[in-house]
Write a protein that binds this ligand. Structure first.
Ligand SMILES: Cc1ncc(COP(=O)(O)O)c(C=O)c1O
Length: 413
């Protein structure tokens, strides 16, 4: 959030994007250094520096920079030895990359619904699945419906708010499951005063263009487990075993991050607290400014967590607000403000239809009700006010000043 004040007419003409990178640190200087030294490819001093700095931030000894967050997830699943036809517990409310990575290794996602307070994976449903739908057979936990081995839990810290990790880790211990954290949206988030990414066997971050910290495209796998890190690094470099000859001991991948992108990442990390603080302020502003508008709510931040506030997302009760989330999206679009619904829940996605699932209906309702609002770290105050004013202007007339609609109107579609 920046305090530059722009005339409101200029703001109205310029589109306000959902989430774009904020590159006003030393990005240009570091990229120039790559060009001048010819270190632009998938090795170089910035890759090493970026890995060391991110590992230090998360508080783990190992980090492997990758070409994307999806690649980091794929490598984590491979290095954790998740096998073909294993099952992996995944929230149904997530970006599709989480579920795709599971399919890349030939395993199957088991989709679990969200809880309604913080919108994260519902730990009680996970417990129910493990206790009521699985049993131990020959020392392996199997899903009694599919007879496949249940091998891992892949929680996602959705929108930057940590999933409830302690009970999940407790279940994982009880049922001998591996936990890999999808931290694509949660760099900067903490659960019980420890960064997300430091709790599971591995954590996977994304530096895609829409993330708070962006390299244009890229990811990072972090872990305490040295052998997992070595395996992931090896697989990410085409499993090349010869030092100066092309000898490969496995089918690997070209998943390394180029030095030129790591250079951008190093510059982004120098502004870690500034960018996070901007996100915090934007989220706080939306909550404050829209608090009195009937029909609008935000997810509750859990006790003892710090969200990264990646995308501020509002839930719209169409009856109370007077417009549905999609109608509000159209109103915002006409005002040149970009907003976006949450992801279609994975159990509804044609790409993953037929996968096992445990549902309560929360994710489908959130998909229908929610809109993510402009949240770029350098969003100008005047743009933020304009978005808020546009939303308030869309509210039903009788509720704009914060009053509830008359009782007989509530529930009207
Ligand atoms: C939850 C989640 N997982 C995985 C990814 C994949 O990251 P990438 O786009 O860097 O491959 C993303 C975002 O892009 C994401 O939001």
């Amino acid at each position: 959030m920046t305090t530059t004040s722009e005339p409101s007419s200029a703001v109205e003409r310029r589109p306000i994007p959902l989430s774009v990178p904020c590159l006003d640190g030393r990005e240009m200087e570091y990229v120039r250094e790559c060009l001048e030294t010819n270190w632009i490819s998938s090795a170089g001093p910035f890759v090493t520096k970026f890995e060391a700095e991110l590992a230090a931030r998360i508080g783990v000894p190992h980090a492997v920079a990758t070409s994307s967050g999806t690649a980091a997830l794929h490598l984590a699943l491979l290095a954790a030895d998740v096998q073909r036809n294993d099952e992996v517990i995944v929230p149904t409310l997530t970006f599709i990359a989480t579920a795709n990575a599971v399919r890349y290794v030939g395993a199957w996602p088991v989709f679990v619904d969200a809880e309604s307070k913080h919108w994260q994976i519902d730990v009680e449903l996970v417990r129910r699945f493990l206790e009521e739908h699985c049993e131990m057979r020959d020392g392996r936990l199997v899903n009694c419906r599919t007879w496949r081995r249940v091998r891992a839990i892949l929680p996602v810290h959705l929108l930057g708010h940590p999933a409830d990790l302690e009970p999940l880790l407790e279940l994982a211990r009880r049922f001998s499951l591996t936990v890999i954290e999808d931290c694509a949206e949660s760099l900067g988030a903490e659960y019980h005063s420890r960064p997300t990414g430091s709790w599971g066997i591995a954590g996977c971050f994304s530096f895609n263009g829409n993330k708070t910290f962006s390299t244009g495209g890229g990811g990072m796998l972090v872990t305490r487990d040295e052998s997992l890190a070595l395996r992931a690094r090896h697989l990410s470099t085409q499993a090349k075993s010869g030092t100066d000859e092309y000898i490969h001991d496995d089918v690997g991948f070209n998943y390394r991050m180029p030095n030129i992108l790591a250079a951008i990442g190093c510059a982004q990390l120098e502004r870690f607290e500034i960018l996070l603080d901007s996100k915090r302020q934007i989220a706080a502003h939306y909550r404050r400014a829209l608090a009195g508008v009937p029909g609008l709510t935000f997810p509750i931040e859990a006790l003892d967590v710090r969200s990264s506030n990646w995308l501020s997302t509002v839930r719209i009760d169409a009856a109370a607000f007077g417009s549905s989330s999609r109608q509000l999206r159209e109103i915002l679009r006409q005002a040149s403000v970009e907003s976006r619904p949450l992801w279609q829940p994975m159990h509804l996605s044609p790409a993953h239809r037929g996968a096992p699932h445990l549902l309560s209906g929360v994710a489908e309702q959130l998909y229908e009700d929610c809109l993510s609002l402009p949240s770029s770290a350098d969003l100008a105050d005047s743009s933020l006010r304009y978005v808020v004013d546009t939303i308030r202007g869309a509210a039903r007339e009788d509720s704009r000043d914060g009053r509830s609609p008359p009782a007989q109107l509530r529930g009207a579609a």
